[in-house]
Design a protein around this ligand. Sequence first.
Ligand SMILES: Cc1cc2nc3c(=O)[nH]c(=O)nc-3n(C[C@H](O)[C@H](O)[C@H](O)COP(=O)(O)O)c2cc1C
Length: 179
Amino acid sequence: MNFETDILTVFDKKWALLTAGNKESFNTMTVSWGGMGTIWGKPVATVYVRTSRYTHEFMDREDYFTVSFYPEEYKKILGVLGSKSGREMDKMKDSGLTAKEAGASMTFNEAEVTLVCRKMFVQRLEPSNITDENAAKFYENDAPHDMYIGEITDIIKKPGSAGKKNFEDDHNELFVEEP
Ligand SMILES: Cc1cc2nc3c(=O)[nH]c(=O)nc-3n(C[C@H](O)[C@H](O)[C@H](O)COP(=O)(O)O)c2cc1C
């Protein structure tokens, strides 16, 4: 595995869109908590979704989800998609992003990189198992997070974006370049 990214900052600073569903019915939201690594011998992405999010319903319903990363100029749009719920706005109409199919899930034309993930594991982060400081800070007045681990089954990359080299040497089988 040769994925050259700054894993400690890519979610935290760049943010991503987490999307689940199909072209008839899907939802997306901004995430800045997440990880990438290896478990059960597979390359995986991990995300954390509060049970109160509309996207949570889609994450539970679907077998696949996508995690997609965007150029800096989309930060404002990601801010909106991370502050309004799909329950109260038409995220596609208001964001201006163009949805498209990505394997058995959905992503957006504007993404630099999309990780297509097959759901492998879901577990609630029980507040009683979290250290007091973080339990108080993050869960006193808010719903718990569910952790979703997904096997990365495809990496869809926009031609010309930085990072193609990241996976192509070791993961040609995963690498799908857009036409
Ligand atoms: C920068 C940023 C990062 C976020 N990261 C997460 C996250 O990792 N997990 C989460 O549950 N919510 C996160 N949120 C909040 C959701 O994106 C937000 O509640 C969104 O409106 C949920 O949309 P939905 O109800 O349509 O699913 C984040 C919001 C922002 C602005």
